[in-house]
Design a protein around this ligand. Structure first.
Ligand code: ADP
Ligand code: ADP
Length: 230
């Protein structure tokens, strides 16, 4: 089965706003799909539903063929890593503790959690001895985003959901982070849904682009050949 599959998914918030309507999307294992579209078209809502932070009003979401509403929260954290804009780090926890959040929740012992967090900081290009004991406000924007990626990868989930992961840094840093993320993805090989409103980023990082409009998938392209028209 597909790694992620959304079938006629709709979401209406309690205040009556329809954020997503009749969304169909299938993501193959190991594929990176970029969800693009204007602000307010339902991208974040879609990621939150896949992650079960919110429930769809109707339709089905399947992970490896299994309905996510049947999976428990701990199991989902093991299977899905979530990267949000600006890292979304806990401000009162050190970088090392931020990266160890999910392993701790999963009951890993302290030593194993620390060893994993150290390894991940190195993987995303930070120095564990220097940056590990710092608090998020003591890092640059680019460094916080690296920590956000490290945290999402900590329990080695097969699926990564990324919400504007490189949005809040200046263009030069973003460029570097994108290149590094592509290199990292070659090593870790996750199934990725990347939300962005930056079409260049979508073309650069995605294997496929799904364009959202008013809560539904408008069109899909393979990258880069299909987009470049060759
Ligand atoms: P995007 O990520 O594409 O910018 P969102 O998924 O954040 O879009 O939002 C889709 C629509 O749902 C927007 O109109 C937004 O204002 C609305 N929305 C988002 N969250 C809520 C909420 N908690 N309650 C009501 N409406 C919301
Ligand atoms: P970037 O090029 O990634 O945006 P910055 O110019 O923001 O980097 O930061 C440069 C260096 O200064 C980084 O190594 C960062 O760790 C450090 N730094 C930034 N803000 C603080 C702070 N409030 N306290 C300590 N170090 C900081």
């Amino acid at each position: 089965p597909d790694a992620i599959r959304l079938e006629a998914v709709a979401k209406q918030y309690p205040d009556g706003t329809t954020a997503v309507r009749a969304l169909d999307l299938a993501v193959t294992a190991g594929e990176m799909v970029a969800l693009v579209g204007p602000s307010g078209c339902g991208k974040t809502t879609t990621l939150k539903m896949i992650n079960r932070l919110i429930e769809p009003s109707s339709g089905r979401i399947l992970l490896d063929g299994e309905d996510v509403t049947r999976a428990d929260a701990t199991q989902l954290r093991r299977r899905i890593g979530y990267v949000i804009q600006s890292g979304g780090l806990f401000p009162h926890r050190t970088v090392l503790d931020n990266v160890g959040t999910v392993p701790s929740l999963l009951g890993w012992d302290k030593r194993r959690t620390r060893a994993r967090a150290t390894e991940l900081l190195e993987l995303v290009g930070l120095d564990p001895a220097v940056h590990g004991p710092r608090y998020p406000h003591q890092l640059s924007g680019g460094q916080r985003q690296r920590v956000g990626v490290a945290r999402a990868l900590a329990a080695d989930p097969p699926v990564l959901l990324m919400d504007e992961p490189f949005g809040a840094v200046d263009p030069v840093v973003r460029d570097r982070l994108q290149v590094e993320f592509l290199r990292l993805q070659e090593q870790v090989g996750k199934t990725v849904v990347l939300v962005t409103h930056d079409i260049d980023e979508a073309v650069r990082l995605g294997d496929r682009i799904a364009v959202l409009s008013e809560g539904g998938v408008l069109e899909q392209y393979d990258t880069p050949a299909a987009v470049l028209g060759s």
